[in-house]
Design a protein around this ligand. Sequence first.
Ligand SMILES: Cc1cc2nc3c(=O)[nH]c(=O)nc-3n(C[C@H](O)[C@H](O)[C@H](O)COP(=O)(O)O)c2cc1C
Length: 193
Amino acid sequence: MPDAIELLTTRRSFKAIELVGPPPTAAEIETLLTIASRVPDHGKLTPWRFIVFEGEARRAAGAAIAAAFRARYPDAKPENVEFEHARLARAPLVVAVVSRAGPHVKIPEWEQVLSAGAAAMSLVLAAHALGYGANWITEWYAYDRGVLDALGLAAHERIAGFIHIGRPPGAPEDRPRPPLSAIATRFPGVSDQ
Ligand SMILES: Cc1cc2nc3c(=O)[nH]c(=O)nc-3n(C[C@H](O)[C@H](O)[C@H](O)COP(=O)(O)O)c2cc1C
């Protein structure tokens, strides 16, 4: 297991298809979800929840994705429909982070949405800390009402992400990161005058 700073400075995403089994154990999934639920939450509203997809349930949920795809593209080729059917079966474990944000008398909805993002990121980091790889993706079906209904989301709920988790193929190739000089400033800025 990597040390915390090493983990945080080297984490990167793996493609969902690269993540293989065996899947996290039940105890590891409990650890992942416990860490994901330990995020800043203004007003203690718990404005997020999790849906776990593992084993056969991944293709069962994929059937709803395939049905929504067929509804959009009635003439779609069978292989394309099958690709959609297998969407959630690429990695051995998928956790949907569901935002439950809504209007509140005191807590802005924006802050509730941010808390769901924090939960998703904590889940990704927890997976890496346990030695798994992860990928936070949404793809088209996260925004399809038919799919959301089939997955049991209420009208006001939204998918923050489908976190794909599995064993990584090896050390990932990194991508360029934004230089801190381009994204971080000190207030007040230095004036030339
Ligand atoms: C809310 C959210 C949704 C995302 N959805 C997708 C997606 O649908 N497809 C995709 O290829 N990457 C998606 N990404 C980006 C990946 O999670 C990842 O950041 C990207 O592959 C770069 O890898 P890195 O994490 O190593 O920087 C999403 C990221 C976020 C924060």
